[in-house]
Design a binder for this molecule. Structure first.
Ligand SMILES: [Zn+2]
Ligand SMILES: [Zn+2]
Ligand SMILES: [Zn+2]
Length: 161
């Protein structure tokens, strides 16, 4: 099977799923926090009762392949999907409120240029997302660091490797 054939088939599958993709895009855009495929299926069903789990999961994959959504790694080995704009970007994920903020390439590229100079690499591609506390949550987490025993601001060693 040539890659061209595979690509054509993937594109055809994506086109067949266009109404479902549009619906899922709307659901993703309605909330900037990452949600699991299962959670998204529940939300999509509220708008389109009867839509199948496999259909939603396939349409979600097609959105990711098209660059219109990303599956982000989350603490505790979970993952969640977010809607993405067309321009290449990276993400900041707030571990307190869950909001995802897109970081345009110019904010990230100085780090890549630094690596190239310091290490002698040529970096062609980076999948780089940042995890922490957003400006809205930071005053709260500083004011009451002990109020919540399960404070999510605790640094997760899995994600600071
Ligand atoms: Zn994105
Ligand atoms: Zn936040
Ligand atoms: Zn980049």
């Amino acid at each position: 099977v040539s890659s061209e054939t595979t690509r054509t088939r993937v594109l055809a599958a994506g086109r067949r799923l266009t109404p479902q993709r549009d619906l899922i895009s709307e659901v993703l855009e309605a909330d900037p926090r990452p949600r699991s495929a299962q959670e998204l299926w529940t939300e999509v069903r509220a708008r389109a009762p009867g839509i199948g789990r496999a259909t939603v999961f396939r349409a979600l994959d097609a959105l990711v392949d098209a660059g219109a959504a990303r599956r982000l790694a989350l603490p505790n080995r979970r993952s969640g999907y977010v809607g993405c704009s067309a321009l290449h970007h990276h993400h900041f994920v707030c571990q307190d409120c869950g909001i995802v903020i897109e970081l345009p390439e110019p904010e990230v590229s100085p780090l890549l240029r630094h690596l190239e100079r310091a290490r002698g690499f040529q970096v062609n591609h980076a999948r780089l997302d940042f995890y922490g506390t957003c400006p809205d949550c930071l005053p709260r987490s500083r004011a009451a660091p002990r109020s919540s025993p399960a404070s999510k601001t605790v640094r997760d060693p899995d994600y600071l490797g």
